[in-house]
Design a protein around this ligand. Sequence first.
Ligand SMILES: [Zn+2]
Length: 289
Amino acid sequence: MVTSDSPKIIVLGIDGLEYNLVEEWRLKNIMQKTYCKLDLSDYKVIVTTPIWGSMLTGKIDEEIMRIWVKRSEIMGGEKTVKQKWWAKFGLFLPPSVNLWLWVNVFEKFIGGDPFGRTANYILEKKELTIFQFFKNSWTNGIPSYGKNTSTTIKRDLMKQAILKEKTPYRNHVIQNYKDDKAQLFSVLEKPEIDFVFWYTSLLDDLGHIDMGRPVALMMKHYLDINEVVGRVKETRPDSIIYVISDHGMKPSKGILGTHSNHAFFSSNSGETIEKPFQLYNLISKHKSG
Ligand SMILES: [Zn+2]
């Protein structure tokens, strides 16, 4: 156990962590001292990258949001955005044809893969972030800040998962999660680090293919995350720990899962926020030095 008082702040960013399931399964470590639902009504579409970006900068980037609105206008699935009438024909096509159309026609039509285009926007725009408040911060990468959650290999495995075989996709996602976990516990051993922002896409990635099944299929992953939070607390008993998600996940049509319209937050300090972008202000109150 490391007994130094740093890092003083640890953010555990759990993409797709569903508030209702944390409550239903009574995941005490994740719930911490105080937990609450986050309101997402300020976000035009509930998609991963702009929400994480807003936590880091304290504001919603409307230019980036427009890229995602365009995607939703074609792909649908977002109640707040009206799908183009001609794009609805995709629903009647076989999944293989629909996928081909998306990758080869529609995605080019909206200017290319939104994940790739926005994966680094905060660094590219040189925006000020919560990392400025600390001397030695660390992150394993966050969507908008050095993490592309839709790499070529993952996209290919996702296609395969939609069309026939889900196991290779699941294995890939779980391996990434294991690597991220190893990085987290290795950095917690370093006393010079004063701010940790750890991110995992596990529950969003698996939620998209497994939330529509009996939801219990997701339970083992929630239990694992619960154990991770517990281990972080044991390793760093003096740190302030926040657990936050960008949105939850819920079953959608067929066997797939989709984003729910609220997110999750908890703290071991008793502090709360109401919206994801308020994380920025909360963190600023604890700046180093
Ligand atoms: Zn997400």
